[in-house]
Design a protein around this ligand. Sequence first.
Ligand SMILES: Cc1cc2nc3c(=O)[nH]c(=O)nc-3n(C[C@H](O)[C@H](O)[C@H](O)COP(=O)(O)OP(=O)(O)OC[C@H]3O[C@@H](n4cnc5c(N)ncnc54)[C@H](O)[C@@H]3O)c2cc1C
Length: 394
Amino acid sequence: MLLDAFAGLDPETRLLGGTVRAFAREVVAPGAVARDEEERFDRSLVARMADLGLLAGPFPEEVGGAGLSSLAWTVVLEEVAAADMALAVTLAVHVLHQNPVVRWGTEEQRARWLPALQAGAALGAFALTEPEAGSNAAAIRTRAQRVGPVDTPTAYRLTGTKVWISNAPDAERYLVFATLDPARGPAAITAFLVEKGTPGFRFGAHERKMGIRSCPAAELVFDGAEVPAANRLGGEGEGYRVALSALGDGRIGIAAACTGLARSALEQAAAYLGERRAYGAPIAELQGLRFMIAEMAREVAAARALTRAAAATRDRGAGGAEVSTAASLAKWTASDAAMRVATDAVQLFGGTGYARETGIERLMRDAKGAQIYEGTNQVHRGIVADAILGRARG
Ligand SMILES: Cc1cc2nc3c(=O)[nH]c(=O)nc-3n(C[C@H](O)[C@H](O)[C@H](O)COP(=O)(O)OP(=O)(O)OC[C@H]3O[C@@H](n4cnc5c(N)ncnc54)[C@H](O)[C@@H]3O)c2cc1C
């Protein structure tokens, strides 16, 4: 094992990592290339992750979670992504959906909403992005109109379109962000728990992606879909904070997944260099390639270090700007590392790396998206600059 991912972990986390690694290698990895090729989401893998208790891994036991630390959760996502980044994104988004329910939900909402997600009977999705609002999420236009008295609405009617929603249309549960008044920016954004099958809610186009092709993604179309007031998560106007609070954790998870992808690319390339011969010797003897491997190892180590440093901020109870800055540094570093290491792996494999059936070029395609979703890496530069320059965001 290169750059031992388990070095320095406590025995319990090491055991967990070993269990997830065995699952990832034996169950997830074998079909990953075919699932990507066929753009096929395998729901049975979600059931297998439920059996391992992974679907609510990072949430407290009091709410039905596995009570894993943020650090332990990064170990889980690194292992799943080392086998299949697309499945790691499905898992990360499923957890991103639950995160605000755990943090912001009433006791009644948690009891009603979480068990099916924890058991894998329902899959979750997080619906923020719109055709005209990606990085500038505060500009969303999906409208939420009160039904009934202004002060005590009985329901909200949602109208608008969401794009790029991972896990759709397979997910049964959607956390949807909508605005009571587009003119009021973030102050009017409100979060809603929406079930598949709600009248007035349907799926639009399937997103045809470059990578993570076995993680589904689709448009959501709301045409006056009525959502009971009991499904409003947090208060009116609290939705933007609901979204940001979950995205801090989500970005640490994506950083962990990127570390796993990069590690997998490094390990496969290093093994190939030992096997592949040219000029009468393994190509591992060529100094130019040895330097590439060393640089790839440096990228993996840096990605993991910043990811675990960000997880440590959460585990010691930090919040606000400290977590969001650490999460941005980790996600930006790890996704750039994944992109560079995967690109170099294709180069080191030569023509073999370019062939679809080997799965090496898949790593490069899968890495690219991570520089874009959960905040583009330009947006993360902005968050870090704000923190350094004293305009830290909460
Ligand atoms: C594979 C994939 C899965 C996704 N899954 C989900 C999901 O489950 N749920 C969801 O809600 N969304 C999801 N998204 C959407 C994703 O969050 C957005 O694509 C992302 O936030 C960027 O928004 P955009 O595509 O509108 O690009 P834009 O915001 O239009 O950005 C265009 C360019 O401008 C740059 N830019 C924008 N703002 C700034 C700034 N302030 N400073 C410097 N540069 C800037 C960007 O970095 C980018 O290079 C997913 C996207 C992808 C690709």
